[in-house]
Design a protein. Structure first.
Lengths: 221, 221
């Protein structure tokens, strides 16, 4: 039995939830609060981060390690592509979203507005929020461009690249921080992601005291 | 022919240089300055980051994507381990150093002291430097602990986990920022890494106007 320890409004946890469903794997979902630094969770992942995947006796930490693990352990459906070139392109774009987009957009918006709140670490820095709101435009334009050139972000098939991008954007969209009107191609691509059955459950999460904008879980937005 | 575009004092570039040598691959090395945002380099990697590997017609960006690519394209020598469990543990620790250690230690020390200098982006924040100098102690203690329990960081064999950790530490050691005396196990492990032929070339790099401490390239330090 697979079990995923996750944080509902966390891009990395969302990425793995969607990946598990795209691979048609059955899994239990356990919500955690890694910032509480509880002993049992630190024993699972000394880095004190979600997501953590437990597969029988095996514990797999770090979202990129988890997606590589799923690819090796459950190869029936690939989320990276079959050729070595497709796989390199998928991984480049996963890194784009999990590192570059994270540093320039998700960290200044999501970490400032949400993670700080979880950790009771004060208010968001308005300077960071301004930087994130500015930087997201360039990234939406990049998605727009990829979407014009290709069927999906990394090529002809939906891959981890789409899942990583959509996971980050879904969290920011919850906060009302995605200027979709400026990037019609990116919006079209995201509408396609939203309408996948794998994506529906993550759009159902709500956090107390913070409601998403009306369009948030509507595939036709 | 393989060609690696790299920055000499960059942990991610160093990681791939060592990995290429450990895999006994022959490659050309081209020094770049990604922060100059030159068109030819942005065409290779729109993320404007080193390292970039070019293998014939193929361009591979992002250090974690490159190491996975090398593992798939040149599987004769593995740097991840043969079993699925070893591979997951190796990737967990690569993520530990490339994400957690990077955020807590390399960013506040290397990015503040070196990357800012390259980008002419002002002086290091003394607050960040203080945070980094404090955080490195916990990470050295973790290496110490892994080294007591195992032959190498991820298990019985030298893997990408050791290479990632040593690449980050080598850059910080150049800056004189590693309190080796406090972590004799970590020092022993790093001495073993330093004495590998794959590691020698990176210890020969010097940057103008900044000399490393005397022990820097000495395997018996």
């Amino acid at each position: 039995m697979l079990r995923l320890y996750h944080v509902p409004l966390c891009p990395y946890s969302r990425k793995i939830r969607v990946a598990l469903r795209e691979k048609q794997l059955v899994f239990e979902l356990v919500e955690v609060q890694p910032w509480a630094m509880e002993d049992w969770f630190l024993a699972l992942n000394p880095a004190a981060e979600a997501p953590v995947l437990v597969d029988g006796e095996r514990v797999v930490c770090d979202s990129r390690a988890i997606e590589e693990y799923l690819e090796e352990a459950y190869p029936q459906t690939t989320l990276f592509g079959r050729s070595i070139g497709e796989r390199a392109e998928t991984r480049r774009l996963v890194a784009w979203f999990d590192s570059k987009f994270a540093r320039e957009v998700s960290d200044p918006l999501w970490r400032e507005k949400i993670v700080k709140r979880w950790k009771r670490a004060g208010f968001p820095s308005s300077d960071a929020v301004r930087r994130g709101a500015e930087a997201i435009r360039l990234h939406l334009a990049y998605i727009d461009w990829l979407w014009q050139e290709r069927k999906w972000l990394a090529g002809d098939a939906m891959t981890m690249a789409d899942i990583a991008a959509a996971a980050h954007l879904s969290v920011l969209d919850y906060l009302g921080d995605v200027p979709w009107k400026e990037a019609p191609g990116a919006r079209e691509w995201y509408a396609k992601m939203k309408s996948r059955p794998s994506f529906r459950p993550i759009l159902m999460d709500r956090i107390v005291g913070l409601n998403p904008p009306e369009h948030y879980d509507d595939p036709d937005f």
